[in-house]
Structure formats: structure tokens, C-alpha cells
Design a protein around this ligand. Structure first.
Ligand code: RNT
Ligand code: ZN
Length: 413
């Protein structure tokens, strides 16, 4: 135990916070780390199809993973910098088909056996996502809400196949797998009919979720706009919130998918009691982009506080969704994931009961004073201690190792 930690432990104890209990609790929090930061959302279909669906990676940083093995190597490397035990979120487009062309509506569990093996070896869970973009059948900008019945049905079949894969994975790992449905559907310019496509999307979702699954958990993700869907997104927040409440699916809240002054931290408690669970896509919006690398900003801290204060860990699944191709991808993953863990730790280190008491008593002076003092508490010593106990680097040390890996592995690709 470091001197700094000992000191921090005392300081927190004075406020009634037991850092040992916090570290114990933190060790149970699993982050669902997205696989797609490692290869710029390319996947392994080798179709030559560019990333589409109104999301974009920019930058050409060398060393991106081009094969499933490279992606797994990089993911594994990244995990050595992350304290705790976590999960990997896969997209259907990361299927391994042995060079054979397998259409998206025909993917099978067998195409994910290497990923299952990888998860078992590294003792991590898996979450899943159908891939309804970067495909000729999504070129019109519409998938599950398409007026073209062939196209709509194709994507329905793809999502059903994805759920079956998720269910299989769950059975293999004896674990729940959250399958997140996000579609890019929307209009660039002002549509005449917003209702019909929304009804089509609803019908598609009903068809997709018709069959019961055992290990799979369904979730639906909204968006406010995308590139090419600036005027109307079919799967908007109200649409999916209504759908999730009515059908009791999980609701995915991507922190990059709302208006600039709207925050997900304020939505968690509003929705929590009306859905079986929430999947977070922790991200960072910057102007048109919803997917910058997550930094430890006010909103991230507020999310950590909300989850910790209300002990929502059972109902909120914390997933990540960002992709930056202009910096070292392993570093991007590490920064965003460590920050997310830090935000949870910060939330847990709060003397919530004392703060709540001040609030109930109407003593907002104390509440504000305490909240501000908390910002300068020695929480980083607690984070370092957590890293040390988990045998992962503290401070900047992970970066040196990333640079070494870049020289030895990434630049030779
Ligand atoms: C897109 C959604 C979606 C994707 C990933 C790749 O705006 O956020 O979650 O980013 O599925
Ligand atoms: Zn997302």
C-alpha cells in the first residue's frame, strides 16, 4: 500500500467514505468495451464497402488492426492497462467466415467461435450488435424502416440472426449478452411522412423480438441526427423510449446522441424505473461528431455520480462507443476506458449520505461547498492503488508500453 493511498484513505474516512469498500465494489463493475475502436469500425467482411450509416472515422494513424487476430492482440494489449475485469462488445461485421462470402442475414454462431474462445481465455464477457450499415442494402439510408420490403426483411433477418448468435454466446459463456439494435435510418431533407417509416420500424422490431431468448437481452438505441439524416431520424429518442417502455426492452443511451445541452446523466433516473435496464454508450459529442474519445469531463463525472449515488449497477450496463483514427488506437481505447472507470470511482468516493442530508435539510450551501471540495480530494491515489492491486500500470506508465508496442508491432503491419 502506498503512502499516498494511506493518506487518501484517511482523508476519505474523515468524510465517512471507506475506500476499501469502494475498491471492492469497483472491482465488480464491468465496462463493455467496444471492439470497433481497434479497426475504425471496418470489420472483417472484406467487402470493400466503406463505413456508412452517418458515422465516420477520420484520421489515418498507422497500425490499425486488419485481421481478427490483430484486433484480438490489440484488445488484449489494451486490457493490460485496464484495472478490473470487463467485457467486449462485438459487431456482427466482425464475423469470421474463413474467406467465404456469408450474407449478413446468414451469419451463424460458428462465425464467432474464435471470439468466444478469446472471451473464455481472457475471462471477459461479450455483448453484441447487429451491423445495419456499411452494406449495399443500407445505401438508401433505410434498413428496418425501408419502404422496400425486400430490404426491410433482409435487415429483420440479420437482426434475428444476431440475436441467435448472442443467445449462443451467452449459453457458451453462461452469461447474459446485451444485443444493441441501432439503425441509421433517416432523412437528409425534410420528409413528408415521418409516421409511416416509424411504423415500419416498429413492425420490424416486433418481428425481430418475437421469439424468446434465454441469454440474450434486447436493447434499442436512438439518435438525434447523423450525417445524411440531418432532418429526421426514424429511431429518435421518443420513439425508442416508447418502444422500450412498452415492450420492456433495454434502452441504449449514447451520450453523443442528444442535443448539445441535453445530458444523459439527467436521463438515467428518469428512465430507470420504466425499463428493465439501460445500456450506456459512453461517448463524447463534438459538433457533428458523436464519437470522440471519452475524456474525464463534467458530464462523464456526472454519469459516474448518478450511477454510484443511486446504486444503479444492476440495471445500467456501461458500454463504450467512440472511435478515433487520428491517434494510436490502443491509447484511444485505454484513455476512454480508464476515464470511464475513474468517473465511476469518483462517484463511489462521494459522501453521498451527507450530501443527501444537506439537500433534504435544504442546506444547499453545504451541498455546494462539499461538492466543490470533493473535486480536490486525493482520488487519483485511490485509482493508482486500484491499478496496482490489479497489476496494471499507474499514471502515464501504460503510455510507454503502448509506444513500445507501436514500434515493435503496429508499425510493422
Ligand atoms: C451510431 C451508434 C452506434 C455505432 C456503433 C458502431 O451512431 O452510436 O452505436 O456507433 O454501433
Ligand atoms: Zn452508440
Amino acid at each position: 500500500m502506498s503512502k499516498l493511498y494511506e493518506e487518501a484513505k484517511k482523508r476519505y474516512a474523515e468524510l465517512g467514505v471507506d475506500t476499501e469498500k469502494v475498491l471492492e465494489k469497483l472491482s465488480k463493475v464491468k465496462i463493455s468495451i467496444h471492439c470497433w475502436q481497434g479497426d475504425d469500425v471496418t470489420g472483417f467482411e472484406n467487402s470493400g464497402q466503406a463505413l456508412s450509416g452517418g458515422i465516420q472515422t477520420t484520421g489515418n494513424y498507422p497500425g490499425k488492426a486488419k485481421t481478427p487476430q490483430e484486433l484480438r492482440d490489440d484488445f488484449k494489449k489494451m486490457l493490460t492497462y485496464i484495472p478490473g475485469n470487463h467485457r467486449i462488445s462485438l459487431h456482427a461485421s466482425y464475423a469470421e467466415t474463413n474467406g467465404k462470402k456469408v450474407e449478413r442475414d446468414e451469419i451463424q454462431p460458428e462465425h464467432f467461435l474464435n471470439w468466444i474462445e478469446f472471451a473464455k481465455e481472457n475471462n471477459i464477457g461479450i455483448d453484441f450488435n447487429p451491423t445495419c450499415f456499411s452494406h449495399p442494402k443500407s445505401d438508401s439510408g433505410f434498413t428496418l424502416s425501408s419502404y422496400d420490403e425486400d430490404i426491410r426483411k433482409f435487415w429483420v433477418r440479420h437482426c434475428i440472426a444476431s440475436r441467435k448468435i448472442a443467445d449462443y454466446i451467452g449459453k457458451e459463456l453462461n452469461d447474459k449478452v446485451v444485443t444493441n439494435v441501432w439503425v441509421p435510418d433517416g432523412f437528409k431533407d425534410i420528409p413528408v411522412d415521418r409516421l409511416a417509416p416509424r411504423r415500419l420500424l416498429k413492425d420490424s422490431l416486433d418481428e425481430i423480438f418475437a421469439e424468446k431468448t434465454k441469454y440474450n437481452i434486447d436493447s434499442v438505441e436512438s439518435k438525434v441526427f447523423g450525417i445524411g439524416s440531418e432532418s429526421c431520424v426514424i429511431g429518435s429518442h421518443e420513439f425508442y423510449m416508447g418502444y422500450a417502455v412498452k415492450n420492456q426492452t433495454y434502452l441504449t443511451l449514447d451520450t453523443g446522441h442528444f442535443h448539445p445541452t441535453e445530458v444523459v446523466s439527467n436521463k438515467l433516473t428518469a428512465i430507470l424505473d420504466f425499463v428493465p435496464g439501460i445500456l450506456l454508450h459512453v461517448s463524447r459529442p463534438v459538433r457533428w461528431d458523436s464519437d470522440h474519445v471519452v475524456i474525464l469531463d463534467d458530464e462523464l463525472c456526472a454519469i459516474g455520480q448518478e450511477i454510484a449515488r443511486n446504486d444503479m449497477f444492476d440495471k445500467v450496463s456501461i458500454g463504450l462507443d467512440f472511435f478515433d483514427a487520428s491517434i494510436n488506437r490502443i491509447a484511444a481505447w485505454t484513455i476512454g476506458t480508464r476515464n470511464t472507470i475513474k468517473s465511476i470511482l469518483l462517484g463511489m468516493l462521494e459522501p453521498t449520505e451527507a450530501l443527501r442530508k444537506a439537500e433534504i435539510d435544504g442546506d444547499y450551501t453545504t451541498r455546494l461547498a462539499m461538492l466543490e471540495e470533493m473535486k480536490a480530494m486525493p482520488w487519483s491515489a485511490v485509482f493508482d492503488e486500484y491499478c496496482e492491486r490489479n497489476n496494471v500500470p499507474t499514471g502515464y506508465k501504460w503510455l510507454e508500453d503502448v509506444k513500445k508496442y507501436e514500434q515493435e508491432v503496429l508499425l510493422n503491419r
